[in-house]
Design a protein around this ligand. Sequence first.
Ligand SMILES: Cc1cc2nc3c(=O)[nH]c(=O)nc-3n(C[C@H](O)[C@H](O)[C@H](O)COP(=O)(O)OP(=O)(O)OC[C@H]3O[C@@H](n4cnc5c(N)ncnc54)[C@H](O)[C@@H]3O)c2cc1C
Length: 497
Amino acid sequence: MPYHRSVSAARPLPKSLPERRLLRELERIVGASNVIWRPEDLLVYEYDATIDRGAPEAVVLPGTAEEVAAAVKLAATAGVPVVPRGAGTGLSGGAIAIAGGLVIGTSRLRRILELDPANLVAVVEPGVVNADLSQAAAPYGLRYIPDPSSQKACTIGGNVAENSGGPHCLAYGVTTNYVLGLEVCLASGELAWLGGRVPGLTGYDLAGAFVGSEGTLGIVTKAAVRLSRLPPAVRTILAAFPELDQASGTVSDIIAAGMVPAALEMLDRLTIQAVEPAVQAGYPPDAGAVLLIELEGLPEEVEAQTRTVQGLCRRREAREVWVAEDEAQRERLWAGRKGAIGALGRLAPNYYILDGVVPRTKLPEVLRRVGEIGARHGFAIANVFHAGDGNLHPNVLFDERVPGATEQVLRAGAEIMRLCVEAGGTLTGEHGIGVEKQDFMSWIFTAADLEAMQRLRRAFGAGELFNPGKLFPDARHCVEVGFRIPKVANLGTGDFM
Ligand SMILES: Cc1cc2nc3c(=O)[nH]c(=O)nc-3n(C[C@H](O)[C@H](O)[C@H](O)COP(=O)(O)OP(=O)(O)OC[C@H]3O[C@@H](n4cnc5c(N)ncnc54)[C@H](O)[C@@H]3O)c2cc1C
């Protein structure tokens, strides 16, 4: 049975949309073929890439920012909640309509409006697929750096809302470092530009506040983003280790040696066993862990760093260390990493992917304890993650058809998140809070912190219109999924942020 998380009675959210008049008004704005309301058509909108489910009462697909604005105005007047949606690849339930209401999808807003190589700027609509932007920039020797592993599907609007990262964000920073300005639709239905299209900012960084707001402040209708030059030289190294600890130790050694590779990714034994038969990436199938290390820069510098990294890997008894010989081999190595989550389907019918951050030096200990938590709950856990950032992605493997399995997985997931926080880390590196981790927010934020965020939301005029019932804690969820997280004396003080 798919998992449905119910929403709090303390904040009743109306299941209110399908009044004929509203649907007719929406059809007048965007055309009848761009309003979806039949229950069977709505099914594909009831989920994202994680566990929770919730169907909207209607979906509208505007073709311009002005149509977004008109739909928002209509929904606001009728008191109907609005859920912005990109490609639905989110991993925290952000794009699902847990409170019903209207989904505003950006799948028709896919134009790259400007590509300005001289100023290293692109202006795009929010539904542009991440990888399409880099592809369009490549003939100019440019790329868009934030590269989530889902980049062939996820959208720039979704990336902005989640402040997404990716393998190449270790050295260069995440989405927020690449957003220059945003056109947004506010709850009033007004379109407003925040920031601009040149670096350097006067006054409050309102675009910065919008990045990572998970669709709770408004809808991004255009984004001006920074492009970067393609590096003159790239080397991709594969290092295979007998055990995970040796790979984790090497991650710290590389950073301690003064290098910040463009990417530093790790896959554990179980993940390799799923990936290799699926993708034939070239990972040794019996390795305990694999590191993918990418170095970029001037050719001489990259060659010197490659030698240093190879030496560090061997010092930790890597069984194999080699450099991709050509672009085709490099792409195969990356296909393994980027296809890893999908390949887990070979191991179990379902996976629950977690996203936590811990200090890099704590990786070996935390990964060991993640395995122990899985074993105690009776689940295998496969790890594939941005090791350089200490950004863990434990994937709990399970079968949702087994009665109670989903609830058990959520309990194991909560323990793993708690472990990350107790290790001095935090709740998300890139997937956001959504509905998945809202009840853990008080582990790292005080009531005053959370109220300050709510005040910001009100300052944007958003109230509960956009994405209600997400991001902020709602104590009833804990009870409904049947777990209670004990308070730890030194947590919940905001000290960790
Ligand atoms: C296999 C796989 C691998 C992944 N790897 C990574 C990774 O490496 N790094 C990473 O960061 N994430 C990763 N993700 C998660 C996900 O792809 C990202 O969070 C992505 O940014 C979501 O984009 P989307 O277009 O699918 O957004 P959706 O899932 O549709 O929405 C996500 C959130 O953004 C909001 N939103 C969407 N569009 C807008 C808009 N125009 N204005 C305002 N709010 C909006 C939604 O309301 C929701 O809260 C992965 C997911 C999968 C399935």
